[in-house]
Ligand binder design. Structure first.
Ligand SMILES: CC(C)(COP(=O)(O)OP(=O)(O)OC[C@H]1O[C@@H](n2cnc3c(N)ncnc32)[C@H](O)[C@@H]1OP(=O)(O)O)[C@@H](O)C(=O)NCCC(=O)NCCS
Length: 376
């Protein structure tokens, strides 16, 4: 071996039937379905079924899947206690990293990596993460948690548990589409983490907890929160361009731009941009025009650096218009992506080989252990 590939760029590490990306053309598909089609026609529940089971569900399969998800939403026992105990001090992603781990304690399938057990655990994780996020948020705000309603859709249930009020149809659909867009994304850092952990034949909860740790970083899922912080930190919305140029001149990274694989606009960002544009049109004007500011940032960054928005850029303003607190943005990424992680764990366990690459040794040459005074 003569060299190491920094960041494993361009290295193919697995065969997968889940997600395909054409980074030059900006095309993304889940099991052959284009992301634009899924965002237009599917629900998050259908996309979750597609990723986990391999095909889109029939009406009966979807109803059964949605019922199973609804039933699994409740969080009790240690995981609920953990949330209550740490809500005040733990940051949102610290809470998830800890509380998701606690959901395995009473999981009846925790000791099995069989395909059936993994499918059941995937549903429980998918169902419970929104409940953990909302319980945490309400405890932190000094409010009583809202129990999940098994009859509601994934998006309606999530937003109702968060705010205590049922969302209007438009808000629920917008949120649902945002969740669809984040559901899987090939061999990103957190998915790779999940597959590495699964390849040791560790269990799904361990893989998901590791993936949460990887997603937390600002170069990955943590970017959506940082995008909103950037927007909020711009004092004078009329001088957006100057602000961004100054940051670029200081070699700052503008969060929400650039991608390892896409060399053009991320198709998820295209869809989120239109969602944010529509929500901005409905805004009451009590806050800055986040969408207009975002578009102006996009123009500067694309012109000056040739970089395009990624999924995190317009998801920030979309979530803000939906009334979601900024500190929770990255936990929404977890809530959606857990289905991708789970589907990858299932693939890995189905045809496993330990993932154990090598490193190129660049330390000192072989040398003698030094003689020490008095040492024998
Ligand atoms: C996503 C990301 C980590 C991909 O990075 P990568 O493929 O490893 O590319 P590099 O970090 O090597 O960057 C290549 C060049 O583009 C620049 N660049 C990349 N993203 C940039 C950004 N968001 N703002 C400013 N400059 C950026 C780098 O500074 C580097 O410039 P240089 O060659 O002059 O040093 C990177 O684009 C980034 O940090 N983006 C911001 C964080 C983000 O939005 N993450 C979410 C990804 S979905």
């Amino acid at each position: 071996m003569t060299d190491a590939k920094a960041g494993l760029e361009g290295i193919v590490v697995a065969r997968s039937e889940l997600c395909s990306i054409d980074g030059q053309k900006g095309i993304l598909g889940f099991r052959g379905y284009d992301i634009h089609e899924l965002a237009r026609h599917a629900t998050y529940e259908e996309v979750a079924f597609l990723l986990l089971r391999g095909e889109l569900p029939s009406a009966a399969e979807l109803a059964a899947f949605a019922a199973e998800l609804g039933e699994a939403r409740a969080v009790s026992g240690e995981a609920a206690q953990v949330v209550d105990l740490i809500a005040r001090d733990a940051a949102p992603m610290e809470m998830l990293r800890t509380a998701v781990s606690a959901t395995s304690f009473d999981d009846p399938d925790k000791d099995s990596n069989s395909e059936e057990a993994n499918q059941r655990k995937a549903i429980r994780l998918l169902a419970k993460i929104p409940t953990l996020v909302c319980r945490y948020h309400r405890r932190r705000a000094g409010l009583e948690p809202v129990d999940p309603d098994p009859e509601l859709s994934y998006a309606e249930s999530f937003l109702t548990m968060l705010s205590g009020r049922p969302p209007d149809e438009d808000a629920a659909r917008t949120f649902d589409v945002a969740m669809i867009l984040h559901a899987d994304h090939e061999m990103n850092a957190s998915t790779f983490t999940a597959r590495v952990i699964a390849s040791t034949l560790a269990d799904m909860h361990s893989a998901v907890v590791g993936a949460i740790g990887a997603l937390k970083g600002p170069l990955h899922g943590g970017a959506n929160e940082q995008v909103m912080r950037t927007l909020e930190s711009i004092d004078d919305p009329d001088r957006v361009e100057d602000d961004i140029r100054r940051r670029l001149a200081g070699h700052e990274r503008i969060m929400g731009f650039g991608h390892r694989v896409y060399k053009t606009m991320d198709p998820r960002a295209e869809i989120l941009k239109e969602l944010a544009r529509r929500l901005a049109g409905r805004a009451d004007g009590s806050e800055p025009d986040w969408f207009a500011m975002s578009e102006r940032i996009e123009r500067v960054v694309t012109a000056e650096k040739g970089l395009y928005p990624n999924v995190d850029f317009y998801s920030a303003s979309t979530y803000r218009y939906l009334g979601i607190p900024t500190e929770l943005f990255t936990t929404l990424f977890v809530a959606s992506r857990v289905v991708g992680w789970a589907a990858h764990v299932i693939e890995q366990h189905r045809d496993n080989r330990l993932i154990r690459p090598s490193s190129l040794y660049v330390g000192p040459d072989s040398r003698e252990y030094p003689a020490r005074d008095g040492a024998s």
